[in-house]
Write a protein that binds this ligand. Structure first.
Ligand SMILES: O=C(O)CCC(=O)C(=O)O
Length: 314
C-alpha cells in the first residue's frame, strides 16, 4: 500500500514561503569549497519531536506497508520497535509529514542556491541507527543515483544530536571537486552495513572530518562528496536522521533502468519524483510510482534487500 499520490502536490509549479534561515554568500562559498554545509537550528524542537513520533508510526506499520519491516508484538515499547530497524527507505511515500519536509523552506532555499531554480527530489531515507547498529562505508551518492549534470545533493536532517560516539557523518572536505566516481567493492567490514564501499581514491581516513551536529540541524552535501558514518557505539539511544536526495529538474534521471526497456540509457528518465521548487520541464511525462518503502538490510539481519513481496501490513 502506498499513499504517495494522495498527497503529491501539483508538479507544474511549486512555490514555498521564504526561509527563516537565509543562505548567505559565505555559506554558498563554504559549500562550493568543501562540498558540505551544516546549518544548526534549521528545525524547531517541536518539528524534531513530530518527526521522531512519525518514525515510531512508520516502524509500527501504522502508515502503510514497509517491505522487510520486523514484526511488532503486543507490549513492544516504541523504543523496542524502532531499535530493530537501521533505516527505512522512501518514508515520504508513507508519511505526509515527511513528504512535506522534502520542501522545508531552509532546504528549498539552500538547494535553489546550489542547484538552480528548478529542483526535484527522488529519494528519502530515515536512519534510526540505535546503539550497536553499523555505519555506512565510504561512498559518493552520485555513484548510486546518477544525474546527468552532477547536480545531486543531500539534505541530512538530524533528529538526535549526532556525535562521534553515536555515529555521526564523516566527510572528506573538497573531495567532490574531482568530479570522479571512484570504484566500489563489496566488503565484509563489520563496522558497516552491506552496501559496497568506495576505494582507491586519493585520500586517507585521516583526511576525514566528523560532522557533529545538534538535533534540528541540516547538513547539506554534494553527491560527489566522499562520506561515511561509523557504528553507533553509545550505550543506548539512537542517531536518527532523515536524509533526502535532490537534483536539478532539467536533468534526466537514468536511475534504476529496467533491463528489458526499449528506452536506451541516454533517454531513460526515472519519474518517481517530487518537485520541490520551480518548474518541471518534463511535466508532459507525468510521474510514476516506482519506488516502494522498504528497510535497508543491516549486517546482523543478513544482507538481502527486501522485495515488494516482503511487504507486511502489520
Ligand atoms: O547517515 C548516515 O549514517 C549515512 C548517510 C548516507 O550515507 C547518505 O545519506 O548517503
Amino acid at each position: 500500500m502506498t499513499l504517495t499520490t494522495t498527497f503529491r502536490p501539483p508538479i507544474e509549479m511549486v512555490t514555498r514561503p521564504g526561509a527563516f534561515w537565509a543562505i548567505t554568500d559565505e555559506h554558498a562559498a563554504f559549500y562550493g569549497e568543501n562540498g558540505y554545509l551544516a546549518l544548526p537550528d534549521a528545525l524547531t524542537p517541536a518539528e524534531v519531536r513530530s518527526l521522531r513520533d512519525e518514525t515510531v508510526r512508520i516502524c509500527r506499520g501504522e502508515l502503510g506497508a514497509v517491505a522487510g519491516l520486523p514484526s511488532v508484538a503486543s507490549g513492544d515499547s516504541d523504543e523496542d520497535i524502532i531499535r530493530r530497524t537501521l533505516c527505512v527507505h522512501f518514508p515520504h511515500k508513507l508519511s505526509q509529514l515527511m513528504f512535506d519536509f522534502l520542501a522545508q523552506p531552509v532546504i528549498a532555499d539552500a538547494l535553489t542556491r546550489v542547484i538552480g531554480p528548478n529542483v526535484k527530489c527522488m529519494q528519502s531515507m530515515l536512519f534510526i541507527k540505535s546503539a550497536g547498529k553499523p555505519g555506512q562505508a565510504w561512498r559518493q551518492d552520485e555513484g548510486f543515483i546518477p544525474t546527468r549534470d552532477r547536480s545531486l545533493n543531500a539534505a541530512w536532517i538530524a533528529l538526535d544530536d549526532a556525535t562521534i560516539e553515536n555515529g555521526c557523518l564523516w566527510v572528506i572536505p573538497g573531495s567532490h571537486k574531482h568530479g570522479v566516481i571512484w570504484p566500489n567493492r563489496e566488503h565484509d567490514d563489520e563496522r558497516f552495513d552491506c552496501v559496497v564501499e568506495a576505494f582507491d581514491f586519493p585520500y586517507t581516513d585521516e583526511d576525514a572530518v566528523p560532522v557533529e551536529v545538534t538535533a534540528g540541524s541540516i547538513v547539506f552535501f554534494n553527491g560527489y562528496l566522499l562520506h561515511r558514518s561509523l557504528p553507533n557505539r553509545a550505550t543506548g539511544g539512537f542517531r536518527r536522521a532523515l536524509v533526502n536526495h535532490y537534483m536539478s529538474a532539467e536533468s534526466l534521471l537514468p536511475w534504476r533502468h529496467p533491463g528489458d526497456s526499449n528506452v536506451g540509457m541516454g533517454s531513460y528518465d526515472y519519474r518517481d519524483i517530487v518537485m520541490i521548487a520551480g518548474r518541471d520541464p518534463y511535466t508532459y511525462k507525468g510521474v510514476q510510482e516506482l519506488a516502494f518503502p522498504h528497510i535497508r538490510p543491516n549486517r546482523e539481519g543478513g544482507c538481502r534487500w527486501p522485495t515488494k513481496e516482503d511487504d507486511q501490513d502489520t
